[in-house]
Design a protein around this ligand. Structure first.
Ligand code: KDG
Length: 316
């Protein structure tokens, strides 16, 4: 088995000890997170060899990110340390104004990761890689990162590397539907595996669920597997002319951030392990449920034993 490569921004996350308005929060826990990194770390925890391509600032937050990747076993030789720009950070507001929902406040403009350009892509990026993970957050950062992300996707495809894309629309970065569609379209067209969520589907397309699904299928013509995550309603996967469905596992929600990434990572690791799509959906939903029940995106990510234990208890 070769490596799975992730590309995107990794930030330091400040997550309040209490739920409620950020305005009144005084105590914060420090975590590390970023959609693609969450997916990669979930895969690494499920015994997949991984590596990450990004940039961090030459500051303590950058050091924390590199240390975290190393502790989790992710290769860091493609993490550039940018002397001139800082590491991005963000704050989280949990369960307010809507119970169970999380809001983010970014401080990532001009961050080291947002300054990545096509010149940073060297042949060593693709060495020994057989799958690339990228999400809609990365091309939404700015034009230069978008071009770099597209180039990595194209270079991956020409080297036979499978491309995985999660639409991951962040309204704070992409504002309106037109911008979001323009941003994700070229990636959807090229991806071998596509993940999306109901929120993204509702934001991007009009009509009933079936219409939205068909519009997505129309854009993602070359996709082998398409997965739609539906939160409390579970998830479906479209593969080889069939639709597979998995119900969600009911758990108390502490922090929903990162659950979709946990899902992607566990689904992909299951497929790489040789499980069928139905089983991969089950592991994906279980990983998502485990992740929403704790704070932080990375810390709750389960290993195989945790997933099996969770599923044993749920089915008993
Ligand atoms: O998927 C969770 C991530 O979105 C979040 O933790 C941070 O990567 C992040 C972002 O850009 O919002």
């Amino acid at each position: 088995m070769k490596k799975v490569l992730g590309m995107g921004e990794i930030m330091v996350q400040f997550n309040p000890t209490e739920k409620g308005p950020l305005l009144y929060q005084r105590m914060f826990e420090r975590h590390v997170a970023g959609s693609e990194a969450n997916i990669i770390i979930q895969m690494q925890k499920l015994d997949v060899k991984t590596s990450f391509f990004t940039a961090v600032g030459s500051d303590p937050f950058g050091e924390i990110i590199i240390n975290t990747l190393r502790e989790e076993g992710v290769e860091t030789n493609l993490v550039k340390i940018d002397e001139g720009n800082p590491t991005g950070i963000y704050f989280v507001q949990r369960s307010y104004p809507y119970p169970g929902k999380t809001t983010v406040f970014y401080y990532r403009e001009n961050s080291a990761a947002s300054k990545i350009t096509c010149d940073d892509i060297k042949e060593e990026v693709f060495e020994d890689v057989d799958m690339l993970i990228i999400s809609g957050i990365t091309p939404a950062l700015n034009e230069s990162v978008r071009n770099c992300a597209l180039k990595i996707v194209e270079m991956s495809k020409s080297r036979g590397i499978k491309v995985v894309f999660d639409t991951n629309i962040r309204i704070k970065l992409l504002k309106n539907k037109e911008k979001a569609l323009e941003c994700v379209q070229p990636f959807l067209e090229k991806a071998d595996i596509v993940f999306t969520g109901m929120g993204d589907l509702n934001f991007l397309f009009k009509g009933e669920f079936e219409d939205k699904k068909n519009q997505l299928k129309e854009l993602a013509k070359n996709t082998e597997i398409m997965v739609i995550k539906m939160g409390e309603k579970g998830a479906i996967a479209l593969y080889d002319g069939h639709t597979y469905k998995q119900d969600s596992f009911k758990v108390p929600v502490v922090d929903e951030l990162g659950a979709g990434d946990a899902f992607d990572g566990a689904f992909l690791a299951s497929i790489l392990k040789g499980y069928d799509v139905k089983t991969a959906l089950k592991y994906g939903c279980a990983a998502g449920a485990i992740t929403v029940s704790l704070k932080g995106d990375i810390e709750p990510l389960p290993k195989w034993n945790d997933l099996k234990l969770f599923l044993d208890i749920h089915s008993s």
